[in-house]
Design a protein. Structure first.
Length: 313
């Protein structure tokens, strides 16, 4: 027996995106977490690496407030990895080892935020002659990190990136990710994937079909918008606000989630869904929550259309 349709979508907020210009400021993010807990809409929070212990403990204490609805916390390491040159599929073993050891330290620290999942991303693409070795390194890293996280009562969430634009990651397409998860999942039941709509679309996939193919392995969904025309200056994984000129509208997103519901994806516990929208440029104090509110309003609209089952208002 799964959750009712009304409780199927678990709203999640990505703090490093909606407050991107301040994602290094752990004290600020802690203050916003306290506000979000009091608001009550969100049932999941996604955090960047929080470097100061006092900020991590403050965040964890926020989740202990009576009546708190937050049942899921993810700490994402992608921004930290990019800044510090971490690469879990590095051909050079010493570089891979350093990356994995650093991420293990961050997994330990994420426990102090109350995290139940730790997120990692695919490393850089390599030349054709080195690709097989890079995949072996990636598999080795994911095995080590998943086992380490499991021992600390955490899942590991792996996010494949876009392959044909922007970061040009080693692992991007649904087909490649599916094959990797087929290898790893039987041995690593606590390893999951994050399904990002922009990455899938930029990899020239039909996102509903990609979701169906990956349904056994998805732990959460990021609703991320992108312009798909390679001739546009906005082309790429730019974490745009939903709507035109990008492909992701409330209708597109709600249809994707209806597909997930029909597939029975995570129907026993619900599906974690986040609007991935990046704040750009410093905001005056009176507008510092603007991107948070846009992301929240979009998720509420998507939920409404999902519940209306495709019917007109």
């Amino acid at each position: 027996m799964g959750v009712a349709k009304s409780g199927y979508i678990i709203p999640s907020v990505h703090m490093a995106e909606v407050y991107h210009t301040r994602f290094h400021d752990g004290a600020f993010l802690a203050s916003r977490v306290e506000h979000i807990v009091q608001d009550g809409f969100y049932r999941s929070i996604e955090l960047p690496v929080i470097e100061r212990r006092e900020d991590r403990l403050r965040i964890q204490n926020a989740f202990r407030v009576q009546g708190c609805n937050i049942g899921n916390v993810v700490v994402w390491s992608g921004l930290y990895a990019a800044e510090h040159g971490l690469d879990i599929n590095a051909i050079d073993e010493s570089a891979r080892r350093k990356s994995v050891d650093t991420l293990k330290k961050l997994i330990d620290e994420s426990c102090e935020c109350g995290s139940g999942s730790f997120g990692v991303v695919s490393g850089r693409n390599v030349g054709i002659l080195d690709k097989s070795e890079a995949y072996r390194q990636l598999i080795k890293s994911l095995k080590e990190l998943t086992a380490f996280a499991r021992d600390r009562h955490q899942n590991l969430i792996f996010e494949a990136l876009e392959k044909f634009s922007g970061r040009r990651a080693l692992l991007g397409t649904t087909e490649d990710t599916f094959e990797l998860m087929q290898i790893l999942k039987p041995e690593l039941p606590t390893l999951y994937c994050c399904f990002d709509t922009a990455h899938s679309a930029l990899n020239r996939e039909l996102i509903n079909h990609a979701l169906e193919n990956m349904q056994e392995y998805i732990g959460l969904v990021h609703l991320s918008n992108a312009v798909l025309d390679p001739h546009s200056p906005l082309y790429g994984d730019n974490h745009l606000r939903p709507g035109l000129p990008g492909f992701l509208t409330a209708r597109t997103a709600s249809e994707l989630l209806r597909k997930a519901w029909e597939l029975g994806l995570n129907q026993k516990r619900g599906l974690i869904v986040c609007t991935e929208l990046r704040e750009r440029g410093e905001q005056p104090p009176e507008k510092e929550d603007w991107h948070y509110m846009i992301a929240t309003d979009f998720l509420k609209q998507v939920y409404l259309e999902f519940m209306l089952d495709g019917k007109q208002y």
